[in-house]
Design a protein around this ligand. Structure first.
Ligand SMILES: [Mn+2]
Length: 726
């Protein structure tokens, strides 16, 4: 989704993927019903500036995933959707303009209502003639709201503070080699897993300016001298944001007041508690850290800001260390002890760094933040007031985005913070009950946290800080949210506390991000999720038993849960996260392999097509199949929440295998029930045709999927909970 073209042009479309002519017809059909002045996402489609164009070019996320170059890898290369956002072409911006589904929700006219009125894009898409099937606008994992959370583990983006995507510090748009980064490999390798070595030609690089196609220069810097451009690019590669520009902006620059209107009229207690603000960083640009500090000082009432704590997670930048020390020294001469410094002698990762910041804090309330933020006017009072009202509420501010290239501040809509079943965090629309209050200053109850948060110092300790048995990053913010709720506290996002945060193009940490998130997620599943823990294993396609993944010792965390007499995860789902979908009927999951050609797997294929394909097995989301007690075969991402409608089921459509929206297929009573037992055939209950593989020289891997009279081919699925019986 929304990715760079990665050097691919329409001419490089893989045969068998969506062709231009089909695309043009589709665009026409889609656009026809919409008035011209409508500033919808469709207009971007018409302009070819969005994800659809990538799909049309055959460069959709699914295809990248299919090639083993998932979006995560693009993120690793610094070529994520974020860049589209920076260019103002993302859906997020539509949200900011108030043209999104969220606004409809705010008006109490949900997308479903539009669907009911026949005005939704879904109904529009139903005009797609091919096979009489639905086009799926939001491809599996079309994590549309997963945009750039601050602090979280959203995988798609650069979260503030949280479970950052610690990935390689290069702007590898310039590398552009699909398959050059191997997919994160399961720790228990599957025998059929094959690494892909597909590589399109490198774009030509001119001697003079090999970096001019970097996203850094899409909206900025064209007028710089070549020399300065080179300098700016070098800094960008290192930091993941435009440090060159940051160095030239005032530390106390003005920022827009993006608070909802009513915030200015709120009144607060006379005796608010003091706060310590901890900034966690590793190899951050000096000017960015200083601006974070400056804005904290300028935008927090002086009598409430007790101290600032700088947690350096073992930066190796000597110059940064020296200059920052000098700054701290000067500040402390004016105000002794005001800035404290904590330095790790080895890199501990974000999670333990946050705890280090908390340990150094002495005020009654502690804020744990990234060091690339700018606080907005009036951010602290509502937070401190809320904590004074109830010390068991953990609070996140509302985040806006400091664009990593121009440093402009882009407003984000108000959201709650939640997560999917892999425990990547995501933004979530505040629920109906909140909108109905028609008070946009009211706290938004939130299932979890994106990453940066403010908490009562002693309460944080009482409920067990963060899980320090987690490594590097990821999952700790989700764990904290779940734990807070289950153990008698809660989480809220405050609309009047706004903090702008740089969503970096890439991270200073390196390594296999997903691997850490997966491990940390399994810890959360084992400690907190009771009978729902299998959902995390399903989402990561990891066997429930003998996964081969060492999640470390969780006995302390289990003891903590017992000691605090925490409620069940079922209670949590009902109370704190009713939007989350559960899948109690799934009885098997994993890749579907045919014994004739086990190295290729059933794959959801490129979107927006609904034709399942056979592809080299990689075991990532587009190939994860689920077989249910009700004999459905679901392929691809499991929609994490009821806001998403992405689940697709295998259906026999006129003897062709198709992937159709499960709810739609069910409503239309389509032929979607399959008899399947491990090692046996996959046979449609109504038509008796079998899903089989057939040789086809036009296909990349020599075979394609067919529905035909059963010839006795056998299929297997990787994991199952119980014996699949007839
Ligand atoms: Mn961040």
């Amino acid at each position: 989704m929304g990715n760079h073209n990665l050097g691919m042009e329409p001419g490089q479309i893989k045969s068998g993927f969506l062709k231009r002519s089909t695309w043009s017809e589709l665009v026409e059909l889609i656009l026809h019903p919409l008035p011209k002045q409508h500033s919808s996402r469709w207009e971007h489609i018409a302009r070819g500036t969005n994800r659809w164009e990538h799909i049309a070019r055959g460069t959709s996320r699914r295809e990248h995933i299919a090639r083993g170059t998932s979006r995560r890898e693009h993120i690793a290369r610094g070529t994520s959707r974020r860049e589209h956002i920076a260019r103002g072409t993302s859906r997020r911006e539509h949200i900011a303009r108030g043209t999104s589904r969220r606004e409809h929700t705010a008006r109490g006219t949900s997308r479903r209502e539009h669907i009911a009125r026949g005005t939704s894009r879904r109904s529009i898409l139903h005009v797609e003639p091919a096979g009489g099937n639905i086009l799926h606008v939001e491809p599996a994992g079309g994590n549309i709201l997963h945009v750039e959370p601050a602090g979280g583990n959203i995988l798609h983006v650069e979260p503030a503070g949280g479970s950052i995507l610690h990935v390689e510090p290069t702007d590898s748009r310039d590398e552009t080699v699909l398959g050059s980064v191997p997919p994160p490999s399961p720790e228990t390798p599957e025998k059929s897993t094959v690494r892909l070595q597909e590589a399109p030609p490198k774009p030509e690089e001119t001697e003079a300016e090999p970096f001019m196609d970097s996203s850094l220069f899409a909206h900025w810097g064209q007028d710089l001298s070549p020399e300065n451009r080179r300098a700016a690019f070098k800094q960008f590669q290192y930091y993941g944001y435009n440090a060159y520009l940051s160095d030239r902006l005032p530390l106390d620059r003005a920022t827009p007041d993006l608070r909802p209107a009513g915030c200015k009229n709120l009144t607060f207690s006379e005796n608010l508690p003091q706060i310590s603000i901890a900034f966690i960083y590793v190899n951050e640009a000096l000017s960015v850290i200083l601006r974070s500090i400056r804005s904290a000082i300028d935008r927090t009432p002086a009598h409430l800001l007790k101290e600032i704590i700088l947690v350096d997670d073992h930066s190796n930048n000597e110059e940064l260390r020296e200059k920052l020390s000098k700054y701290v020294e000067e500040m402390n001469q004016q105000k002794p002890g005001f800035i404290k410094t904590v330095r790790h002698s080895k890199q501990e990762g974000l999670i333990r760094s946050r705890v280090s910041g908390w340990r150094a804090a002495t005020a009654p309330v502690v804020a744990l933040f990234d060091a690339h933020v700018e606080f907005s006017t009036g951010w602290a009072e509502p937070v401190l007031n809320r904590i004074k009202e109830d010390r068991k509420i953990i609070i996140s501010p509302s985040f806006d985005n400091i664009k990593y290239d121009t440093f402009e501040i882009m407003q984000y809509m108000l959201t709650a913070q939640s997560f999917d079943w892999q425990l990547w965090c995501r933004y979530m629309n505040p629920r109906q009950s909140w909108w109905k209050r028609e008070n946009t200053t009211a706290p938004i109850k939130s299932p979890a946290l994106i990453g940066c948060f403010i908490v009562d110092r002693l309460y944080f300790e009482e409920i067990g800080l963060l899980d320090e048995g987690m490594e590097v990053y990821g999952g700790e913010n989700v764990e904290l949210g779940i734990r807070a709720w289950q153990c008698g506290g809660s989480v809220e996002v405050l609309p009047c506390a706004r903090v702008a945060h740089i969503e970096r193009a890439h991270k200073p940490y390196t390594g296999d991000l997903a691997k850490h998130v997966r491990r940390n997620a399994l810890r959360v599943a084992e400690v907190w999720m009771d009978e729902f823990k299998n959902h995390v294993y399903m989402a990561w396609n990891v066997p429930l038993e003998d996964s081969g993944i060492d999640i470390g010792d969780i006995s302390d965390r289990k003891a903590l849960r017992k000691r605090l007499q925490c409620k069940t995860f079922r209670w949590y789902l009902v109370t704190a996260y009713p939007e989350m979908r559960t899948y109690p009927d799934n009885i098997a999951y994993g890749v579907l392999q045919n014994s004739i050609k086990p190295e290729i797997c059933v794959d959801q294929g490129p979107t927006p097509h609904n034709i399942p394909i056979l592809y080299i097995c990689h075991g990532f989301t587009p190939q994860i199949a689920f077989y249910t007690r009700n004999e459905l075969i679901h392929v691809g991402n499991l929609s994490p929440t009821t806001e998403d409608e992405e689940n697709r089921c295998l259906v026999d459509v006129n003897s062709q295998p198709r992937l159709i929206d499960c709810a739609y297929a069910k409503a239309k009573r389509m032929k979607m029930h399959w008899h399947f037992a491990q090692g046996g055939s996959i046979q449609n209950r109504k038509t008796n045709r079998c899903l089989e593989v057939q040789e086809n020289s036009n296909n990349d891997f020599g075979y394609h999927l067919v529905l035909q009279q059963c010839s006795g081919q056998s299929w297997s699925i990787t994991n199952f909970y119980r014996n699949i019986t007839t």
